[in-house]
Ligand binder design. Structure first.
Ligand SMILES: Cc1cc2nc3c(=O)[nH]c(=O)nc-3n(C[C@H](O)[C@H](O)[C@H](O)COP(=O)(O)OP(=O)(O)OC[C@H]3O[C@@H](n4cnc5c(N)ncnc54)[C@H](O)[C@@H]3O)c2cc1C
Length: 207
């Protein structure tokens, strides 16, 4: 569709920033524009929980690509992505346990929203543990996630494990530092000449 616009030249190539107004294409050409919008998107990120990388786990894309429903699922992370998938799997008949580090689910929202949502999900059979510190992930026939909740130790076991603990900007290697853009913890930019990092899309005339 973009190709139908006379004013847009669509180039399908990885690019690197040269300055706030020009990029180098993978084929060596340079493209210059009045402004550059970085819109490279984000990828799932997992925290360094002991045993997690060795055990392996699903991210949101992997969970949606499963070829059969698991009998049970642990979801680490109770924000939008984790909860929508938790609810979806629970409604499909999967036994779902949600583990959240902060004291409430959807921690970025008003506490009343988190409390209400926790009630609705519990009524649908989702087991929610908020305010937990995950200590270790183990995997044999199934996954075991060992956690602490205050002074109490707990363990969740399930056939599958989904990690939905946030996403990070896909900006590695595109040269943001070259042009003086720093990423914050949330995806933000402090540059005046580059709008929001998120992938690089080139829209330029006459390249
Ligand atoms: C499970 C899930 C559910 C969601 N549900 C919703 C929802 O209900 N409503 C909602 O509004 N949002 C939802 N989102 C969020 C939404 O998907 C994202 O906000 C949106 O896709 C971001 O769009 P984007 O264009 O910034 O990045 P993307 O869609 O990730 O696109 C980035 C593009 O940049 C390209 N690219 C990457 N690196 C380079 C490079 N170096 N050079 C050139 N090109 C590059 C990629 O190939 C890709 O085409 C959901 C996300 C997830 C994971």
């Amino acid at each position: 569709m973009l190709g139908a616009y006379e004013a847009i030249t669509l180039i399908r190539q990885p690019v690197t920033l040269l300055s706030g107004r020009s990029v180098r294409l993978a084929d060596g050409r340079t493209v210059t524009g009045g402004k550059i919008i970085v819109a490279t998107g984000a990828s799932p990120w997992a925290p360094p929980i002991p045993g997690l990388a060795q055990a392996g786990y699903l991210d949101s894309a992997g969970a949606m690509a499963l070829e059969r429903l698991p009998a049970s699922l642990i979801v680490i992370g109770a924000s939008a992505v984790g909860l929508e998938l938790a609810q979806m799997f629970a409604r499909l008949g999967v036994r779902v346990t949600v583990l959240e580090a902060l004291p409430r689910i959807v921690p970025a929202e008003d506490p009343a929203i988190g409390d209400a949502l926790a009630g609705y999900l519990a009524a649908e059979g989702v087991h929610i543990h908020a305010g937990v510190t995950i200590e270790r992930v183990e995997r044999s026939d199934c996954y075991a996630v060992l956690f602490r909740s205050g002074a109490r130790s707990g363990q969740a076991t399930a056939e599958q494990l989904l990690v939905a603990t946030g996403r990070r900007a896909n900006t590695l290697g595109i040269g943001l530092d070259t042009v003086g853009v720093r990423l914050g913890q949330k995806v933000r930019s402090w540059s005046t000449s580059i709008s929001r990092p998120g992938t690089l899309m080139c829209m330029a005339r006459g390249t």
